[in-house]
Ligand binder design. Structure first.
Ligand SMILES: Nc1ncnc2c1ncn2[C@@H]1O[C@H](COP(=O)(O)OP(=O)(O)OP(=O)(O)O)[C@@H](O)[C@H]1O
Length: 214
């Protein structure tokens, strides 16, 4: 079955049976975790994946203490919260994973993951290395995909090209990238490693792998 066929028939079923319906025969029980250095292209590829398969996947909306970038909306890209609010959620054990990165807290709440499943969608978790390690400790049975940049030079160029980083945050992200790449080298760290060099090729590989899980 081609990905196109799958997407089309899923959309038809949804239209016939209700907005939130997804054919349970093609929905895995486990979330799919995608990680990789900041700037490697996770958001870019996931946007395409969601567009190619409407009514199939959902993001859990993470919490963060970092400030919204231009155009980002609360509750859409992230739940933007204060440090105090984030700490209260930690105390309530609300998170399945959380990490501090570039001076800011990020976290995925259990409620946010459940919200996705409650809509009949497969939860895609876009998280960083410490989060991956923490999800591995749970019994969610997640599948782990690592998105790798073709080189550190390409990663730096992408972060610079995105225009979102200061000199400091760029350096922090590149240092963190080295750690992520080192972790990804460990056998069994991820179920699938995809190099995002040519965007079309990387998308095809990601799409085919994910469809093979459904
Ligand atoms: N294959 C590619 N070739 C060239 N540029 C790319 C490629 N994939 C993504 N980019 C560009 O690289 C930049 C970073 O991509 P993106 O924001 O998707 O990364 P990310 O992994 O989601 O980062 P973060 O973890 O910081 O959110 C963007 O400007 C994007 O357009």
């Amino acid at each position: 079955m081609t990905p196109g066929t799958l997407s089309y028939s899923t959309r038809l079923d949804s239209e016939k049976l209700g907005e939130n319906f997804t054919d349970l025969t093609i929905v895995p029980k486990a979330p799919i975790v995608i990680s990789g250095p900041s700037g490697t292209g996770k958001s870019t590829l996931l946007k395409r994946l969601f567009a190619a398969h409407p009514n199939t996947f959902g993001f859990s909306v993470s919490h963060t203490t970092r400030l919204p970038r231009t155009g980002e909306k609360d509750g859409i890209e992230y739940n933007f919260v204060t440090k105090e609010a984030f700490e209260s959620l930690i105390a309530e054990n609300a998170f399945i994973e959380r990490a501090k990165f570039s001076g800011n807290h990020y976290g995925t709440s259990i409620a946010a993951v459940k919200d996705v499943a409650n809509k009949g969608l497969v939860c895609i978790l876009d998280i960083e290395m410490e989060g991956v390690k923490q999800v591995k400790k749970t019994d969610l049975g997640a599948k782990f995909i690592f998105l790798k940049p073709p080189s550190m030079a390409a990663l730096k160029a992408r972060l610079e090209g995105r225009g979102t980083e200061t000199t400091d945050s760029l350096l922090n992200r590149l240092m963190q990238a080295e750690k992520e790449l080192e972790y990804a080298e460990q056998p069994g760290a991820h179920d699938k490693i995809i190099v995002n060099d040519d965007l079309e090729t990387a998308f095809k590989e990601l799409d085919e792998y994910i469809i093979s899980l459904l």
